[in-house]
Design a protein around this ligand. Structure first.
Ligand code: SF4
Ligand code: F3S
Ligand code: ZN
Length: 103
């Protein structure tokens, strides 16, 4: 599962589409965590898609990640600022790849 304390245990090493990327990153095998308020561990996401289907405000969009061992697309939290903290995505992800900091 995603580390809920990733913002303390990792460093922001990059930006992607307006959100932070928390390392380590070593493409294409290791992609890190995308986003901060809505954070997706790209190294755990296996492209189930429930988060995209269920998010009421369409926070996520698919992004291509060719060559990653778990899946070659990931749910990217491109509109994390729109999040209304409903926690649906956290509940439906089968591999606990998402953390939403509702505090
Ligand atoms: Fe969307 Fe709710 Fe997840 Fe926020 S907590 S990203 S609003 S499903
Ligand atoms: Fe990935 Fe979980 Fe969404 S596996 S596509 S973050 S439901
Ligand atoms: Zn991203």
């Amino acid at each position: 599962a995603i580390d809920p304390n990733f913002d303390e245990n990792r460093e922001a090493v990059d930006e992607h589409d307006g959100h932070a990327v928390w390392g380590p990153v070593d493409e294409p095998d290791q992609l890190g965590i995308h986003g901060t308020h809505v954070a997706v561990d790209f190294d755990i996401c296996l492209a189930d898609g429930a988060c995209l289907e269920d998010c009421p405000v369409d926070v996520f969009e698919w992004v291509d990640t060719p060559g990653h061992p778990e899946s070659e697309i990931k749910a990217d939290p491109v509109s994390e600022a729109q999040c209304i903290d409903c926690m649906l995505c956290v509940d439906v992800c089968p591999v606990d790849a998402i953390d939403v900091d509702a505090s």
